[in-house]
Design a protein. Structure first.
Length: 621
């Protein structure tokens, strides 16, 4: 901040913009915006809310894509059909984790209904996020408002109907068969060699065991067919083998244990599209949307309201693992000729910078949605976006360096009369920081923020009263080290049935549904959390500790306290405090010290708790 203030050159602001866009934390900020849209979570919801293994790799893929300024069209194609690309990579396989982010019932009463509910979630999310269309409204009947017949809905669904749920239900969700191995060829070969050796040893041991079982009593033989097999073999095996056979068995057992303990590079397992039904299933038009009343078959087709003609579907060769249909859909959605895709994304970028889009209903460009306030501007930005190769960073630079974005947030009386809703952008709207920005800001001002990028999710400390409300109290929430707990909020484990109270009180979105915009609500739990929670009080203590260290406080004179107040307000507001602000802060500490007999170091902590609760810390104004 000081460097920016002291730089009087016309390029000063542009330099800051470039530095922020080049920061690895840019992807964390903007990646979280995309994760809101695709309802990212790391658990399945429903009663058990079991984990989605390795879902965090999709989150890291998104962050890396934003940091590298991956073209938006490629970004979409990889998520919709990364496994069907001729040049598929580890990243494009991980990207198809998009299909695994939805809530997932591992014990549905009606499996056919559950299958189509899952596909509906994917189709509806794809339509809203990428096309700005409420396609899901046409599941049961023709769309009531937009020119979208029911057949269009099932035509889009048919592109994705070959994607299967993995390895069945229940605990099999977490098995290796429910994930994709994207390890290097060397790692795959090493594990394959070890696994084959293990299988060979197990077969040899099994043959010896069976020979011994034939000599056992009938009762013991029956036990070996059930859960008591290991116990019976441990107790009886030796007496039913000769000395050389038993010695050979022990040698095999020792070698098996050695192989299993062999230190091999870990497999790189990811949650992605892994198992496709071939040939792809026929998709019927469900009468009233009911899977129990299928109608005529529907071939894959695009939305007829924006595209003429039928898609050219690839032929399916024997042994082919996927149909290639999703790649056809992905190329259509990401096409330069698609009138919606680029326009919807540009509108979202504008929304993230200004608090609302040129089209306020950013996931609904249909008749029920809002009309654009500046249609020509939206068209112009869209053209720049497409002609620029679908890169987002140039659009950020364009917006951030504009006069519109750099306007004051304090309108004149005349502006308030002429533009009360600020539809004409006569001034900049004040906005509250997001839940993650508030939490990360607290960790930053206390010097506790861990800037590590990427990797498995972390678990913040959670009150035992909160954990007690789980269906299985004490389970499903890990315990990360203090250093890991202080990582940026985007890396916190997202459990659908247990959102972090510090974040949810500040409108962290419900991950069961796509969230196109976060609304800033005002509710009692926010003040209660920011004043009473263990996290906020710990940050106040850490801030006081930082201030004492930086100010080299060796006594608690009024002069030392004043220096502490100035430093505390400078850190939390990002500017030098006024004389009145310093006097009020110093007065608070003195009153706590003199009237309440609170030690000055604790009084400073109370002041710090007030400082991190200032509106100026939580709002951009």
């Amino acid at each position: 901040m000081e460097n920016f203030v002291q730089d009087a050159s016309p390029e000063a602001f542009g330099k800051v913009v470039d530095e922020l866009l080049d920061s690895p934390h840019y992807g964390e900020k903007w990646g979280r915006f995309w994760l809101d849209l695709v309802r990212y979570a790391e658990t399945n919801s429903f009663e058990r809310d079991n984990p989605k293994p390795n879902a965090w790799k999709y989150r890291d893929y998104v962050i890396t894509a934003f940091n590298s300024d991956k073209p938006y069209d490629r970004f979409l194609i990889e998520q919709l059909a990364g496994d069907e690309l001729p040049d598929k990579t580890r990243e494009s396989i991980i990207a198809t984790g998009f299909y695994r982010l939805n809530a997932w019932d591992d014990e549905p009463a009606d499996q056919r209904q559950a299958f189509y509910d899952e596909l509906d979630d994917i189709v509806s999310t794809t339509g809203q996020v990428m096309l700005g269309m409420t396609i899901g409204c046409a599941r049961c009947h023709d769309h009531k408002l937009d020119p979208m017949p029911q057949k269009d809905y099932y035509g889009l669904l048919a592109f994705m109907a070959d994607v299967q749920s993995y390895a069945g239900r229940g605990d099999q969700m977490n098995s290796p068969w429910s994930q994709t191995d994207v390890s290097s060829p060397e790692v795959v070969a090493a594990h394959a060699e070890r696994d084959e050796s293990v299988r060979k040893l197990e077969r040899q041991m099994h043959d010896i065991e069976q020979a011994a079982i034939l000599n056992m009593k009938g009762e013991d033989q029956r036990k070996t067919e059930g859960n008591e097999r290991k116990k019976v073999l441990k107790e009886k095996l030796k007496e039913h083998l000769n000395e050389s056979e038993f010695a050979h068995y022990q040698e095999l057992k020792a070698e098996l244990e050695r192989l299993k303990k062999l230190a091999l590079p870990p497999r790189d397992m990811v949650l992605s599209v892994n198992n496709c039904e071939m040939p792809p299933r026929v998709t019927p038009l469900m009468i009233r949307g009911n899977p129990a009343t299928p109608g005529e078959p529907v071939e894959p087709q695009f939305l007829t309201v924006i595209t003429e003609g039928n898609p050219q579907l690839p032929s399916i060769a024997p042994g082919q693992k996927t149909s290639g249909r999703r790649l056809v859909l992905a190329n259509w959605i990401a096409s330069k000729e698609n009138p919606l895709t680029a326009r919807v994304m540009v509108n979202r970028l504008w929304q993230m910078h200004f608090g609302r889009g040129i089209v306020k209903s950013s996931s609904n460009f249909g008749l029920k949605g809002d009309v654009p306030t500046h249609p020509e501007l939206l068209d112009w930005l869209t053209t720049r976006f497409v002609e620029g190769g679908f890169h987002m960073k140039p659009i950020h630079r364009l917006i951030l360096n504009s006069y519109a974005w750099q306007m004051s947030s304090r309108p004149t009386p005349e502006q308030l009369v002429a533009d009360p809703q600020n539809d004409l952008y006569t001034h900049f709207d004040m906005r509250r920081l997001s839940a993650e920005e508030v939490r990360d800001g607290l960790l930053a001002v206390t010097n506790q923020l861990n800037g590590e990028v990427g990797g498995p999710s972390v678990y913040t400390a959670m009150a035992k009263e909160v954990l007690a409300g789980q269906s299985n109290p004490g389970q499903g929430w890990g315990n990360s080290s203090p250093e890991q707990q202080n990582r940026r909020s985007v890396y916190i484990h997202v459990k659908r049935s247990l959102l972090v109270p510090t974040l949810s009180s500040l409108d962290f979105p419900d991950p069961d549904a796509s969230c196109p915009v976060r609304f800033a609500t005002t509710q009692p739990t926010q003040a209660l959390t920011s004043l009473n929670s263990a996290f906020y009080n710990q940050q106040a203590k850490d801030l006081a500790s930082r201030i004492r260290k930086e100010m080299q406080v060796d006594d608690w004179s009024d002069k030392s306290l004043e220096r502490c107040v100035i430093q505390g307000l400078t850190l939390t507001t990002g500017r030098p405090p006024t004389t009145g602000e310093v006097e009020r802060g110093l007065g608070l500490i003195k009153s706590l010290r003199d009237q309440r007999q609170i030690p000055p170091e604790q009084a400073l902590e109370h002041f710090c708790l007030v400082a991190i609760n200032l509106n100026e810390f939580v709002y951009l104004d």
